[in-house]
Design a protein around this ligand. Structure first.
Ligand code: SF4
Length: 257
């Protein structure tokens, strides 16, 4: 087990990253550069600085030991028990630090805490194997399934992602998450492509996520260009047309807030 890892930040009392009240640990570092990413500060493997104003500078990237991270996670144990919550490892790409997090996840499971990993899945399958014994649920993003789309939107190698998804679904509880992005996959044709590939893997559920612009301020604070600054956010009702595409293929599907 690797004793030290690097986190971006910890969000306590999170209710959008799995069941119940959760502590979400955003890990520092990602191997992708998705065009619509709303956590750009988590992308660098080292650190990033967000300059919100002269008085407000935020550093993303803190080295931490497994014991210290576990200590911070169990602080809210009582809320996990009462709400059916737990801990979510997100990012960035948490599985880039699979060795470190397998140790932390093991400690959490040993304490009866529910563990969820939120991944983009573009990593060697061994990373999944490291954490799977201590993981209750994987949230697994599928954003595109063609090479052209993945290259254009910088969201990984679709073959590796889909192969990992299929293997993982054989042994683990996997919820596929599909962010619906205007100009990219917000069409019946693209969603049918995605649904056909996802159905082959048989995940336990598919969640559709409407595009939002909540990360825009971070791009400004990092002095980075954001391609979606003027793109209108989507509403839940915009996604209703896609639910039956997944259901017709035998998948459970819901729209996230
Ligand atoms: S995988 Fe997630 S964290 Fe990484 S660039 Fe894409 S959206 Fe951002």
């Amino acid at each position: 087990m690797i004793e030290r890892g690097r986190i971006s930040r910890i969000q306590y009392f999170s209710t959008g990253d799995g069941d119940g009240i959760r502590t979400t640990v955003f890990m520092q570092g990602c191997n992708l550069r998705c065009a619509w990413c709303h956590n750009p500060e988590t992308q660098p493997l080292d650190t990033a600085i967000l300059n919100y104003s002269e008085d407000k500078r935020v550093l993303s990237g803190e080295d931490i030991t497994a014991d210290e991270l576990f200590k911070r996670i169990i602080k809210d144990e009582v809320f996990y028990i009462e709400s059916g919550g737990g801990v979510t490892f997100s990012g960035g790409e948490p599985l880039l630090q699979a060795d470190f997090l397998s140790g932390v996840a093991k400690m959490c499971k040993g304490r009866g805490i529910n563990v969820l990993f939120d991944t983009a899945g573009c990593v060697p399958y061994q990373c999944f194997e490291r954490v799977a014994p201590y993981t209750d649920t994987f949230y697994f993003d599928v954003k595109a399934v063609t090479k052209e789309d993945c290259e254009k939107y910088r969201c990984g190698d679709p073959k590796l992602v889909l192969d990992n998804l299929k293997r993982l679904c054989l042994k683990s509880n996997v919820v596929v998450r599909v962010p619906i992005i205007p100009g990219h996959n917000n069409s019946k044709e693209k969603i049918e492509q995605i649904a056909g590939n996802v159905a082959d893997a048989h995940p336990s559920r598919v969640d559709l996520l409407p595009f939002h612009r909540l990360g825009a301020g971070k791009y400004r604070a990092m002095n980075k260009e954001y391609d979606y600054l003027y793109t209108e956010p989507l509403k839940k009702s915009d996604l209703e047309q896609y639910v039956c595409i997944f259901e017709d293929l035998g998948l459970k599907c819901r729209i996230e807030k």
